[in-house]
Design a binder for this molecule. Structure first.
Ligand code: HEM
Length: 200
């Protein structure tokens, strides 16, 4: 049985992108094929698919700081693969929503276009700098700043998206917001642990 440790990063990204495309096909299939409802479902389901991958990437180092060892150490060692897999899955969300907009005339709000669009620029910058060459070129401090601000922006867009669905889809929004809130709490606790006197 090949363990996660052994699967290469490109393979993990490729498999995730393929699975996200499968989610797109499911969305269209659920609404009887190539139509506006199918496009809407494909956009929704691809965001739901990429969300837990984002939470795993965003909370990996906090989990390993608070509870070192075991699967937490594997997750933090493979964090780049997890982060790039999120980017791959979420660019499938972008493709799905662009089909909705340009083929089926969906009209996202200006807030979604500018807020989501800016966040996609950050996701692209994070993906393009997820390599040792960029860390050296940017310097660790600048690299960390980009990935911290990017991670926060993505978390905020997910939080706003699911807060906006609390009325119509509480069954979905409450677990999603709980998961995101737990990840934010873990990051805060890990930050406090790193700055605790005995840690110095
Ligand atoms: C240009 C940028 C973006 C546009 C135009 C856009 C558009 C859309 C559309 C059309 C839907 C389906 C809405 C529905 O049928 O209910 C959707 C859902 C969603 N999008 Fe995006 N999106 C963008 C960027 C993003 C980004 C950057 C994120 C997260 C970081 C995100 C997270 C979500 C979430 C969480 C949902 C709801 C999924 C669900 O129902 O569970 N979107 N988006």
């Amino acid at each position: 049985m090949t363990s996660v440790r052994a699967i290469s990063t490109p393979a993990i990204i490729g498999l995730t992108a393929l699975a996200a495309l499968g989610v797109v096909a499911y969305g269209y299939g659920e609404f009887g094929g190539w139509n506006a409802e199918g496009a809407g479902a494909a956009a929704r389901y691809t965001a739901r698919f990429s969300f837990p991958i984002f939470v795993a990437a965003w909370s990996a180092s906090a989990l390993a700081t608070l509870w070192p060892g075991g699967w937490r150490s594997v997750m933090v060692r493979r964090r780049r693969a997890i982060g790039l897999s999120f980017a791959a899955a979420h660019f499938v969300h972008l493709a799905a929503l662009l089909v909705g907009v340009f083929v089926f005339a969906a009209q996202p709000s200006a807030k979604t276009i500018y807020g989501g669009g800016f966040t996609y620029l950050l996701i692209a910058a994070m993906a393009l700098t997820s390599n040792n060459w960029s860390v050296r070129k940017l310097g660790l401090r600048n690299w960390k700043m980009l990935h911290t601000i990017g991670g926060l922006a993505i978390a905020i867009v997910f939080a706003v998206s699911y807060l906006g669905r609390l009325d119509e889809k509480a069954w979905l929004a409450i677990p999603a917001l709980t998961l995101l809130g737990s990840a934010a709490l873990l990051k805060l606790l890990a930050w406090m642990k790193k700055r605790a006197p005995e840690a110095a």
